[in-house]
Design a protein around this ligand. Structure first.
Ligand code: ADP
Ligand code: MG
Length: 193
């Protein structure tokens, strides 16, 4: 069993999508083991996105690739510079209003949650995913307005990232260990009524 962090970002809260987003994880068979609504500050956002020292480069490369795929020239071709700018924009975005932080647990929780959320850019995220279904947001729209990509939800990218992110957002007492009868049907070898 693995745990992963999900944060409904301020646009998800403002768009009244809290229930919709939570229901997608609930119905997937994952178990909610922690949840709180809170106001994040810039320090938390910075810590969160600098957990992985490669994040700056990765985020920059992803943006540059997205422009190239569309046959466009990226506004900045230095991935680390892009990453640093994105972090500044994220501080403004994630602190813009309350967020809902959650920990979801289950088999392959990290990739399963990523699948449910969809890719970083909502415009190219698959239909049926949270990011793909609720907003026309794109790299171009975000860059044109010099702001972060508003994609409704955060999800940890790897098990290592998840462990560190969960420790940043929650203390041990806030993470509950309990059984769901439902899990017998999802995981047990035999079950009967
Ligand atoms: P993900 O959230 O899919 O794991 P990243 O970790 O690469 O994506 O980026 C973190 C967040 O930063 C994204 O969810 C998005 O809100 C924002 N973001 C990423 N790339 C850009 C960009 N090029 N311009 C503006 N915002 C970005
Ligand atoms: Mg990420």
């Amino acid at each position: 069993m693995k745990k992963t962090l999900v944060v409904i970002k301020p646009d998800g809260v403002q768009r009244n999508l809290i229930g919709e987003i939570i229901s997608r994880f609930e119905r997937s068979g994952l178990k909610l083991v922690a949840m709180k609504m809170m106001q994040a500050d810039a320090k938390l956002v910075e810590k969160h996105y600098t957990i992985d020292p490669k994040w700056f480069e990765n985020v920059g490369n992803k943006a540059i690739e997205s422009y190239k795929k569309k046959g466009m020239t990226p506004p900045n071709s230095d991935p680390i510079a892009v990453g640093k700018e994105v972090l500044e924009r994220l501080k403004k975005y994630i602190t813009a209003g309350p967020v809902v932080a959650m920990v979801w647990e289950g088999s392959s929780a990290v990739p399963l949650v990523r699948k449910i959320c969809g890719g970083t850019e909502p415009l190219s995220a698959t239909c049926g995913t949270i990011r793909g279904d609720y907003t026309p947001e794109s790299y171009q729209l975000a860059d044109g307005a010099e702001r972060a990509i508003r994609n409704l939800v955060h999800a940890s990218g790897s098990t290592e990232e998840a462990e560190k992110e969960i420790a940043l957002w929650f203390n041990n007492k806030e993470i509950l260990d309990y059984k769901l009868i439902r899990d017998m049907i999802i995981y047990d070898v035999d079950w009967s009524f």
